[in-house]
Design a protein around this ligand. Structure first.
Ligand SMILES: Cc1cc2nc3c(=O)[nH]c(=O)nc-3n(C[C@H](O)[C@H](O)[C@H](O)COP(=O)(O)OP(=O)(O)OC[C@H]3O[C@@H](n4cnc5c(N)ncnc54)[C@H](O)[C@@H]3O)c2cc1C
Length: 441
């Protein structure tokens, strides 16, 4: 429990945020013997943006580092009990390894680029013809309707212009049952190594001492002293960077982007939980996965025709909008014509913490001792385990005097042994031209 007196509490590292990243970083640092404290203004672990994550585990990124980090990180989910290494009275999450397909629209599209990366890295996958697709996912229309449009576009209901080409399928992809529970699992794992968590604890100031970070002060006046502070504040990352005085010195910035995800009952007679899978369709502009209660969860792949709604993370509309509900559900109906459109809107509204190039920032900052695991751009839930490892090794190296800016730390993935060049995630990189500039990463 926090100290109610005026004396500051001492820790080796304070992590701002107890979402999936803050939790995973705490696990790794506490296992390395650091006395960690996660402070979160919410009332429980994972109650920030992680709670509404679709928690899809996939490898369809646009860069070699992106695909390899996701592949390494998948092993944390398949070995979850081993990785967590302790019990949780709420139970452990399940990883539903149902597989995922990406529709191939034409040569040179995102799926074709991903296919080349999978080949290069040896990620297991299958090429599906339209006949394979019909057999494995019979609900789908194979028409080509793109580019994605909004329903008020006069061409939205145009007949198909030919067909898509097929799909690429990764059998190892899937989704995690309960993203908030995964954060509780991480909390219990960190606590088993001496980590502490304070909830309803809002950081209002990142403090400095002797020219480096010195700790944090909370809204209720409590002070925590620590030589290391990690910004894992999700969509509030820019706010926390401002508090630390590093916002301006970050080459790549982050902003909160409002996003909606919708839930629609599965087509009659189709058991989506048992026979469904994860799918992505860049032709109509949506992705989907099975959702509890035999629903189809429908997300957006951020097509160009959709306005990007950057917001103040403390002041945005948390109600589903009619416009976006129609856009996403009607797009899904083009591809899955038996889906239908329920009268009642269901789904969630939450925020992505989007970086300038939709790739995350895992780095130190210009303030010694202050680190960032931010800019997760709607696609880093799956990577949490591996990010915990890379952040812990980065912090260990830099705190031991390593010049990460001059010679970036390279981590060897715990499960695959693959190199993870932390420099790829630098705050001062050029905007990466290979990025999809969307949730694909
Ligand atoms: C709708 C949606 C769908 C997504 N789908 C997927 C997906 O399918 N697959 C995937 O890999 N990723 C997905 N993502 C992205 C993924 O969920 C995020 O990248 C990830 O959850 C971010 O975790 P985090 O710990 O960084 O942030 P958060 O979970 O937001 O945690 C940050 C925490 O910091 C706390 N905080 C903020 N400011 C302060 C402060 N001043 N003081 C104290 N505490 C503070 C907050 O309360 C919060 O709990 C999705 C995201 C969203 C929103």
């Amino acid at each position: 429990m926090p100290n109610p007196t005026d004396d500051p509490d001492d820790f080796d590292a304070v992590i701002i945020g107890a979402g999936v990243l803050g939790g995973a970083i705490a696990v790794e640092l506490s296992r390395r013997g650091l006395h960690t404290l996660n402070v979160d203004k919410a009332s429980a672990a994972g109650a920030g943006s992680t709670i509404n994550s679709c928690a899809i585990v996939r490898f369809s990124y646009s860069t070699v580092p992106g695909v390899s980090l996701a592949w390494e990180a998948m092993h944390y989910w398949t070995d979850w009990a081993g990785y967590i290494g302790t019990t949780d009275e709420l139970g452990l999450v399940d990883f539903h390894r149902c597989g995922m397909f990406n529709l191939v629209i034409e040569e040179g599209d995102h799926s074709s680029k991903v296919r080349a990366l999978w080949q290069e890295l040896g990620i297991p996958f299958e090429d599906w013809t339209l006949a394979d697709l019909a057999e494995r996912m019979p609900l789908l229309d194979h028409g080509r309707y793109g580019p994605p449009r909004r329903p008020d576009d006069p061409h939205f209901w145009d007949d198909a212009d030919g067909t898509i080409t097929g799909a690429i399928f990764t059998p190892d992809a899937g989704y995690v049952s309960d993203p908030q529970l995964s954060c509780h699992n991480l909390q219990r794992a960190a606590e088993a190594s001496g980590g502490e968590f304070w909830f309803n604890a809002e950081v209002t100031s990142v403090d400095q001492a002797d020219g480096r970070v010195g700790g944090v002060t909370l809204a209720d006046g409590r002070r925590v002293v620590a030589p290391v502070v990690v910004n894992a504040a999700g969509p509030h990352s820019a706010v926390v960077n401002e508090m630390a005085g590093v916002f301006d010195s970050m080459g790549i910035k982050t902003r909160a982007l409002r996003h909606e995800v919708h839930h629609v009952p599965a087509p009659q007679g189709f058991d989506f939980m048992a026979d469904g899978m994860v799918g992505a369709d860049d032709d109509t502009g949506f992705y989907f996965r099975p959702e509890t209660g035999n629903n189809v969860l429908i997300g957006s792949v951020d097509p160009k025709c959709d306005d990007r709604e950057f917001v103040d993370p403390d002041d945005y509309d948390t109600v589903l909008s009619q416009d976006q509900w129609e856009a996403q559900v009607l797009r899904a109906n083009r591809r899955m014509p038996t889906l239908g459109i329920p009268h009642e809107k269901k789904g969630v509204v939450d925020l992505y913490d989007v970086s300038d190039d939709w790739l995350p920032i895992y780095d130190r900052t210009d303030l010694d001792g202050f680190y960032v695991a931010i800019g997760t751009s709607g696609n880093q839930y799956k990577n949490a385990g591996a990010v915990g490892q890379l952040m812990a090794e980065l912090i260990e190296a830099v705190e031991s005097g390593h010049d990460h800016d001059a010679s970036p730390v390279v981590v060897s993935g715990r499960y695959t042994g693959w190199p993870i060049d932390v420099g790829f995630y630098s705050r001062n990189r050029e905007v990466n031209p290979d990025s999809s500039m969307s949730v694909h990463g």
